[in-house]
Ligand binder design. Sequence first.
Ligand SMILES: [Fe+2]
Ligand SMILES: [Fe+2]
Length: 509
Amino acid sequence: MHDRLAFLSLRLSLFAALGLSAVACGSTVENGGQGGQGGAGTGASTSATSSQGGFGGWSGCAGATPVLLADGSDSGYVKCDDGTIHREVAVACDTTIDAPACEGTEPSKSCTTDADCTAKPHGKCIHQDPAFENPEPSCGCVYACANDAECGEDAVCVCPGVVNNGVAWSRCSAVAKCATDADCPSGECGITSFNDGCFQQIGLACRTADDACRVDADCMDGAACAALPYSTTGEPGTFNCETQNCAIGRPLLVAGAARTAPAAARVDWILAEITPDVASLDPAVRRALADAWTEIAALEHASVASFARFTLQLMALGAPPELLFAAQTAAADEVEHARVGYALASRYADRPIGPAKLDLSGVPLETDLRAVLGSLIEEACVGETIGAAEALALAGLVQDPALREVHARIAEDEQRHAELAWKTLRFLLEGADEDTRSFARATFDRAIEASSVDPSFRRAVVAEEVGLLSAKQIGALRRQVLRDVVRPCADALLAPAAAKAVSARLQAC
Ligand SMILES: [Fe+2]
Ligand SMILES: [Fe+2]
């Protein structure tokens, strides 16, 4: 469904941003743009509809049944009659990673043996062969965990088979406000797994009578009840009705949470020239579009602050003027994206919608090289490259000419932002030691692995012609972009075997 040539052009533009040619990177136009299944996705650009739960009150857990692992042993978790799961006791996890090892002959790889995977304990260099058509096998590091201590503070080790880990082996949770039931006054340390569009987020928190929801059925319009390290609807680390919110554009992350301004009734953010077709829409589709664009607009609005912070980080790291200029221009683009988003939200909702004040308290300004490198790779090199590809796909998919023009305009801007991300990565890695390059490789592996699964949200309305796509379509598109664009670009810059040659080529550029 998406335009494979458009992805090729995206990859070539990013190679150009890195000062490389496709041929120099060991890639060719012929083998680079293999289309997978016909999925296309939107990510947050058409994120699931937003809603707050209609939780009727505290019901607690009844009829608890032990959750058993694949080998029949007790997981330490119990399942209640309503399907919720909580953690009675901590049980150590098997660290076996049941995935094929890297063969060494894969054309694209960031590791060759397990010895290359040292970012965390229990690393394995695996052969990666996506489930759908994949002409370029690759190798990457993945990591398991044995116990909570290996996951650091505020996280626990979750064995496979308890909830959807996104992978077939044990992994650390994204957040854990409790470790076992004994930590909670209610006696219930609940666990949820939710794909927010970027990552499979496993969260543990004490169930309370004040939770916005207990199960998905308490939420409306396809939202899911989840405990996340951030929340767009309630207190982080509590149970709230969540929707996919990993947006086109760079999120303003504060302590792992995407900070956005609440919606307000105002007209000054509405671009007059944005007039989508609303008359022919079914009321449910129109409501879904209003909710989706309200969320997208808030995230685009917050991207302005994110680029402002990025500019300060660039200055602290001695960036050249062209990167500063591009960062400032990107911030201006995001103002326009927010105006377009609020205009669409207002038209679909038939009432004025704009941003209220953005709370900037506690916004960190990290200027350490690794901190900047880590967030640049996860949010920008992976996140904005996916965002650019999704907008490209949507521009070729939606039927309404006004909507098509919006997606085309956003796609063009987001491609520039993705180029800025990769150029910045190249700048940050200039003269970097092997430790730093290895950190960057491990961060790419983690981000690519986390972004490769289908989003777990349930969309109330799927309507391709207006850009409301299913989780499966979005997942397919993301895997294609990660395989055809992100991985080749990362390997061109970071693959150990190619490092010397690439570095020589970069110097020649
Ligand atoms: Fe944007
Ligand atoms: Fe952007």
